[in-house]
Design a protein around this ligand. Structure first.
Ligand SMILES: Cc1cc2nc3c(=O)[nH]c(=O)nc-3n(C[C@H](O)[C@H](O)[C@H](O)COP(=O)(O)OP(=O)(O)OC[C@H]3O[C@@H](n4cnc5c(N)ncnc54)[C@H](O)[C@@H]3O)c2cc1C
Ligand code: FES
Length: 255
């Protein structure tokens, strides 16, 4: 098994982006050199046995920094939200396969839902104007990273569940008139499934990042098993090691 590196990293910034959503930048020279869009880190939380997986939102190789954007869900993310500049956080990173960005002259559709939006930011960088983000959030209060995608030159279309910002409805409602050659998506399973179906109808490749519950994060515990469709029938893989990004056609969507 590949040896995994842990790093004690200095927190450079942790600020509340939107109510309950935090924007954490850490100094992690070594991991920043090798990390790719769509990979994640396991962040240690004092007092918790299990680390918490958070996607890498941005990588700055020159500065040697990693950016994470996360929502407070329970005790672990609450503790992470309290980190301050100058604190230390231990990271196991980078983990997972990440997005294979391939030919960046293609037009890419980035489809994100809620806390599934952060890993799409690093993926958007090499595409710039050739990327369109369609992102869904609960409400206006939960809209995050819109300006970050706009700064990269990406088209941005937002949907909210309650209609308080952008389109009142689903991410997939926003896609009809958008031309694209490849899709990268991250968010809740029903959204991923709908986006995968849409890409399939258009005959376009689609890659989905699955956010299963995790324990070890390195393929050692079966905590993140997922049923996948192989050439010889269904089999079980690990989201943490084989993913989190999978070609959409390999996912066995639960009924
Ligand atoms: C590969 C990967 C990347 C992730 N990237 C991000 C990210 O960039 N930003 C972000 O905000 N969150 C991300 N998550 C989800 C994040 O890991 C969980 O929200 C976090 O572990 C919850 O820990 P907690 O101690 O705060 O909550 P807990 O007390 O452990 O759980 C609180 C609630 O959150 C739910 N929950 C816990 N883990 C997950 C999960 N993996 N998926 C869905 N629901 C979960 C639990 O069922 C429970 O209802 C990612 C998860 C994975 C597997
Ligand atoms: S979380 Fe342990 S195998 Fe994936």
């Amino acid at each position: 098994m590949k040896p995994y590196d842990t790093f004690d990293c200095a927190v450079l910034q942790n600020r509340e982006l939107a109510p309950g959503f935090f924007d954490l930048t850490v100094s992690c020279l070594q991991a920043a050199q090798t990390a790719r869009a769509g990979q994640f880190a396991q962040l240690m939380v004092p007092g918790k046995t299990l680390r918490r997986p958070i996607s890498i939102c941005e990588i700055d190789r020159n500065q040697g920094t990693l950016r994470f954007v996360f929502g407070v869900r329970g005790g672990g993310t609450l503790q992470l939200s309290r980190l301050k500049a100058g604190d230390q956080v231990n990271l196991l990173a980078p983990l997972g396969n990440g997005f294979n960005l391939g030919d960046t002259s293609r037009r890419v559709l980035l489809a994100g839902g809620g806390i599934g939006v952060p890993p799409l930011l690093e993926a958007a960088k090499p595409f710039g104007k050739r990327a369109v983000l369609t992102a869904g959030f609960r409400s206006r209060d939960a809209v995050i990273l819109k300006e970050d995608f706009e700064k990269l030159g990406c088209g941005v279309r937002i949907a909210t569940d309650d209609g308080s910002f952008g389109h009142h409805g689903l991410v997939t409602d926003l896609v009809e008139d958008i031309p694209f050659d490849v899709v990268f998506a991250c968010g809740p399973k029903p959204m991923l499934r709908a986006v995968a179906a849409l890409a399939h109808r258009r005959g376009v490749p689609c890659f989905v990042s699955m956010e299963e519950r995790m324990a070890c994060g390195i393929g050692a515990c079966l905590g993140c098993a997922i049923q996948l469709q192989g050439e010889n029938g269904p089999y079980y893989g690990h989201v943490c090691k084989d993913g989190p990004v999978f070609p959409a056609e390999t996912i066995v969507w639960e009924e």
